[in-house]
Every structure is written in C-alpha cells, then in structure tokens.
Design a protein around this ligand. Sequence first.
Ligand SMILES: NC(=O)c1ccc[n+]([C@@H]2O[C@H](COP(=O)([O-])OP(=O)(O)OC[C@H]3O[C@@H](n4cnc5c(N)ncnc54)[C@H](OP(=O)(O)O)[C@@H]3O)[C@@H](O)[C@H]2O)c1
Length: 260
Amino acid sequence: MTSPLKGKVALVTGASNGIGEATARALAARGAAVVLAARSEERLGFLVREISAAGGRALAVKTDVADKDSARDAVERTVRQFGALDVLVNNAGLGLSGRVAELRPDDLRYVFDVNLLGPLNCVQAALPYMRRDGRIINVSSVVGRRAIPKVGGYCATKFALNALSDALRVEVANRGITVTSVYPGTTRTAFRENSRRTKDEKRGWRPGGVTPEKVAEKISDVAERGGRDVYVTLPDRLFIAGTTLAPGLFDRVLRHWAKD
Ligand SMILES: NC(=O)c1ccc[n+]([C@@H]2O[C@H](COP(=O)([O-])OP(=O)(O)OC[C@H]3O[C@@H](n4cnc5c(N)ncnc54)[C@H](OP(=O)(O)O)[C@@H]3O)[C@@H](O)[C@H]2O)c1
C-alpha cells in the first residue's frame, strides 16, 4: 500500500543521531523527501548519502535550532529545494541532570534555548509555508508529563514544550494543520552521554528502553495520520495514567530514586 507520505516533504531536527536519525530514515522509506537538520554536518552528510543510495530524496542543512536565523534558513532551504514543507519534526534536544537545589541557571537557560525555543523557532519559520494536512510533531518525553527527581530542569523544558503544543494545536486547527506531542520513555540513544550534568553525578539506574527505530515508527505514523498525544509503549502510557490518578503514591515511589 502506498504511504500518504509519498511525495511529501519533511524537516527533521536533530537528525544526526538517535531518534531523529531513525525518523529521517523511516520517513524516507515511506516516500517522503527529508531535510536533515542538526549541527554535525558530517553525520548528516553520511545519512543523506545512505538515503539517496536507497532511492530516497534527502538534503542536509547545518542547523542550530536555538538560533532563530539558523532555524529559518533550514525551513527556507527546505522549501527552495523541495517546493513545500508538509511535516515538521521538532526532535532536536538535550538532557540536563542535577537536583533542583543545585541547578545552574545558565545550564537551564541553555537547555530551554534548545528544547523549547528551538521548536518555537522552527514552528514560527515553518507555519507560513505549511498547507492543509500539515503536521507539526513535537518530541516531548514521558517525564514531560510527570517530572522525576534529579532531572527536574530537563522535565521543565518538556512540560513547557507541551504547553506550546497544546495552545498551537488549537490555534492552527482551522488551517487543517495537526500538532502532536510524542512522549517517548527511555530510548537507547546517546542522549544520556550528550546530556549536561550539574555536578559529576552518576548516570544512575536506567532501564533498557526501546530502540530509536521504534520511536521513529510512531513518529512516522503520526506524520501519516496526525494525532494528539502519542506514547511509544503501553507501560509509558500506564505510568502517566497512574501518576495522574495517584500523584502522591508516585511521589513516595520516586523517593527511592531521589536517594543517592
Ligand atoms: N533517549 C531518550 O531516552 C529520550 C526519551 C524521551 C525523549 N527524548 C527526546 O528525544 C529527542 C531526541 O533525543 P535522542 O535520544 O535521539 O538524543 P541524541 O542521540 O543525543 O540526539 C540529539 C539530537 O539533537 C541534536 N541537537 C542537539 N542540540 C541541537 C541544536 N542546538 N540544534 C540542532 N540540533 C541539535 C543533535 O545533533 P547535533 O549535536 O549534531 O546538533 C542530535 O542529532 C530529544 O528531544 C529528547 O529530549 C529522548
């Protein structure tokens, strides 16, 4: 069956690694032309060659999403090269570990610049070009629905992103554009290694997590069909349902995690 993405144009931020890289591949495999945006030009170049060799269409654009001009340039080059922009995947992001009592404001500002202002810059640049059935997909996190100890600053950036997504969804609904929040749980990428750390804190216990390809398939399904809130696994969905119904209980459970 032909994917509705055939002939569509998608811009994926953070496509040089992890979830973004897997998403770019998955969208290209479903027939979309993909624009790969991130700072590591070399890695983007490898992926462009791989996608092109497989018969897809791809363009690399060196982009720092936290820089408004750079985000605008990525969008404009997308439209110049492929004539449209149908799907925007705001995936670029980074973590920040550290207890709230110890967070440094400069670290928090930087992570907000990338995780919140980054998507905002891309959305503002993209909206004038998006047509009916356009898709904006913001990659949040399960910890953007329930903050957990020792990564409160990072959680705050994703809560803020959800707020923008919820407002934007309603604002653009009458243009036929959908806005989706995707909430991955732990995913096996270099995310933790790339996270900022407040002190030299240990990375702590970590469950296995899903592959970035699994998250990418969910994002690609959203690119085809839209959606509001999308979880990657049933346990993620149940975790959020549980914390919503019994927040105090989860506070007590999470206290163990807060201990060193
Ligand atoms: N891994 C997880 O467990 C997990 C769970 C839930 C949600 N998430 C979210 O999923 C998204 C992707 O994370 P990941 O796991 O794939 O992490 P990752 O492997 O570290 O990849 C992060 C990507 O973001 C890009 N990036 C970082 N800062 C950027 C900037 N200023 N401008 C443009 N691109 C930038 C990086 O590319 P360059 O360095 O080349 O710029 C890289 O391609 C993030 O938003 C993250 O918060 C991850």
